[in-house]
Design a protein around this ligand. Structure first.
Ligand SMILES: [Fe+2]
Ligand SMILES: [Fe+2]
Length: 485
């Protein structure tokens, strides 16, 4: 017999603290059923509906407070005129009133016969104008295929709910559900929004709304102010050497990445994909450099100073990983990959740099677009989350038209076995990255994917250690870096 798993949460109102509780409970629920991967998408939808139900209750409190009849068309117009404004001014008071009145928002999470259901109920009857609005939005949502389309139409987000429903439906579509999985049940004294997800129709869509919003907002890689000034100083000197310029850029993944972006996303500048530093230098002329340095200065696209130290650490790490790839490519007879591996080594963690560099303005803008207030904590709650920085890196590298092999290596450098193409480069970057941490005792031999070890014919820890010893010698001799565990 199939069992039913049921969980109920009930709130007087939905504020930020309660949103956190809802998220925690949803995460636990999904985790218990190994469906955690849908958390980001489902959390967005659930909070969206819960907030709509909450708003419906608060709306009624507002009408009572103003002594207006919500069922009268003329009163409805008057009441709605200043509802949002009053609510924002006096949120706590409205919460107290909603509690006093006995209104609530109930959330039910149900898993039965491999169908996962989310029900959100408020104890008020939905008005026909509210219902029309929802239906209109549902209809509108079928016109959109991508988040991009929604973002670029600049829908009015003033009332929040319309935009949220469209996005929710689109997310549902992305995880394999059409609008028939979205139901509205009404009675005299309650309204319930219900979404059901047959577990087996959920596919593995990796997008989540916040990542998409982020990718859309990032147009360039923010830079370290000091390095930009240094570059400019060199360029203004009469007798600068091109090596000086190369050195500043190459030692900095953000600069490397951004110059690659400039070249690669501008088809008139270059016809082929850039797969090595050498090609980057060949295509990057002084005029372009100067033009973009003034753009950095003008637009102040600098990194978030509060994370400077961590960003510098990632830069050093990336540069060192790039070195390792040179030794490893030679050791494993993959010299034809050495050039692209070096460039990829420098770039592989740039998703992390982006996350750490994001300015408050961008965060605010994304929070406005998505209607989600905890974007900042979403990004930073777990920076070591490999999935997040590799996906953000991969999406941006794709948006900026980088070479396919580089995009793959950025995406899969923590999940090498998931790669389907360009495996050699992915595996090489994976090994160089892991060895960096292994040499610092932050990774054990058993943490390496055994299939990848096998691929490189490493059969024991002794064999890995022997490669590492040679690598240390190579790094010391060629780059004067001494690795201390
Ligand atoms: Fe990484
Ligand atoms: Fe890394």
């Amino acid at each position: 017999m199939k069992t039913e798993i049921y969980q109920e949460l009930k709130f007087d109102y939905i504020n930020h603290d309660n949103e956190i509780i809802i998220n925690q409970e949803l995460k636990k629920f999904l985790k218990n059923h190994s469906e955690e991967k849908y958390f980001d998408n489902l959390s967005y939808i659930l909070l969206e509906i819960a907030n709509n139900a909450n708003k419906a209750n608060l709306k009624r409190v507002h009408f009572n407070k103003m002594a207006l009849n919500i069922d009268s068309d003329s009163d409805y117009k008057i009441g709605m005129n200043n509802f949002i404004q009053k609510l924002n001014q006096d949120t706590e008071k409205y919460f107290t009133l909603v509690k006093k009145t006995g209104f609530f928002v109930k959330i039910e999470l149900v898993l039965k016969n491999d169908v996962f259901k989310i029900l959100v109920t408020n104890n008020n009857k939905i008005l026909s104008t509210e219902k029309d609005r929802v239906q209109q939005r549902i209809k509108l949502s079928t016109k959109f295929k991508t988040m991009d389309e929604i973002f670029s139409t600049g829908l009015d987000t003033q009332e929040g709910s319309g935009f949220g429903i469209i996005l929710s439906l689109l997310i549902m579509k992305k995880i394999g559900l059409d609008k028939s999985f979205f139901k509205l049940n009404e009675s005299e004294d309650a309204t319930t929004f219900e979404i059901s997800f047959p577990i087996d129709v959920l596919n593995t869509e990796k997008n989540n709304i916040l990542t998409i919003a982020l990718i859309k907002e990032i147009e360039y890689v923010p830079q370290n102010h000091r390095r930009v000034i240094l570059l400019e100083e060199y360029l203004n000197q009469k007798e600068f050497t091109i090596d000086q310029i190369h050195d500043v850029i190459e030692r900095d993944p953000s600069l490397t990445c951004d110059f690659l972006r400039i070249l690669q996303s501008n088809a008139s500048l270059i016809s082929n994909k850039i797969t090595s530093m050498k090609l980057l230098w060949e295509n990057l002329d002084i005029k372009i450099l100067k033009k973009f340095i003034s753009a950095y200065k003008l637009n102040k696209i600098y990194i978030n100073d509060s994370n400077l130290k961590l960003i510098e650490y990632i830069k050093d790490h990336s540069f060192e990983v790039a070195y390792y790839t040179q030794f490893l490519a030679k050791t494993w007879n993959m010299t034809e990959l050495a050039e692209v591996a070096y460039l990829t080594g420098i770039l592989h963690d740039f998703g992390k740099i982006i996350i750490l560099s994001i300015s408050k303005e961008i965060i605010k803008r994304i929070e406005k677009i998505t209607g989600k207030k905890e974007f900042y904590s979403f990004l930073f709650q777990d920076l070591t989350d490999h999935y997040k920085h590799s996906i953000i890196g991969e999406r941006l590298a794709a948006k900026w038209n980088f070479d396919h092999a580089i995009i793959d290596a950025i995406q899969y450098h923590h999940f090498p076995l998931e790669a389907t193409g360009n495996k050699e480069l992915v595996y090489l970057i994976y090994m160089a990255d892991c060895i960096y941490y292994y040499l610092r005792n932050k990774l054990e031999y058993t943490d390496f994917e055994s299939e990848i070890l096998e691929y490189f014919k490493i059969n024991s820890q002794e064999e890995l250690d022997s490669i590492c010893d040679q690598l240390k010698g190579y790094i010391k001799e060629n780059y004067q870096i001494e690795i201390e565990a």
